[in-house]
Design a protein around this ligand. Structure first.
Ligand code: MN
Length: 196
């Protein structure tokens, strides 16, 4: 059985960037539905007692397990996403993360611009990601639907949901505004700690 992990802050903590109303639906309905559906789909299968990340890895790209993959990946992605943000977040990255961002993207401004491009050009539902590879190099990717960099062997540092359910109540069709809001709530300490 997989559990819906508790939200790491109150539903209204990310106001005005992400409204309480969006949180009630996004966490309380969408995230919960992925977990509930996953539990139904894995019952009496080899995936029932596997750690969630292993379910994602072991079902990725396997046609017969598409339903399990979609729900497992979305359950994993959302739990990760909530922990990329905090009340009074934002500012700029520091320490090793700052150095790597400047080394691999030229500057923090440039990083933001590339991340925004990935997030706004993902056609349809999906995610934008900042990840690190085994050699310590940073990568920005966009992935469709529930896909994430775990399946490519990358370690995700920052994930950003660009499904319409993530922003429509707050920003309607303006996905770029949703991306811009991230820079006021991103938890750079949490992102940097994932580099090890
Ligand atoms: Mn979502």
């Amino acid at each position: 059985m997989f559990d819906l992990p508790p939200l790491p802050y109150p539903m209204n903590a990310l106001e005005p960037y992400i409204s309480e109303k969006t949180m009630e639906f996004h966490y309380g309905k969408h995230h919960k539905a992925y977990v509930d559906n996953l539990n139904k789909l894995v019952k009496d299968t080899e995936f029932e007692n596997m750690p969630l990340e292993e379910v994602v890895k072991n079902t990725a790209g396997r046609k017969e397990f598409t339903g399990i993959f979609n729900n497992a990946a979305q359950a994993w992605n959302h739990a990760f996403f909530w922990n990329c943000m905090q009340k009074d977040g934002g500012g700029e990255p520091s320490g090793e993360l700052k150095k790597k961002i400047e080394r691999d993207f030229g500057s923090y401004e440039n990083f933001r611009s590339e991340f925004k491009t990935a997030a706004t050009t993902q056609f349809g539902s999906g995610w934008a990601w900042l990840s690190v590879d085994k050699n310590g190099k940073l990568h920005i990717t966009k992935e469709a639907n529930g896909s994430n960099p775990v399946r490519s062997g990358l370690t995700p540092l920052l994930g950003f949901d660009v499904w319409e359910h993530a922003y429509y109540l707050d920003y309607q069709n303006k996905r770029a505004d949703h991306v811009n809001a991230l820079w006021s709530i991103v938890d750079w300490d949490a992102v940097g700690k994932r580099m090890k």
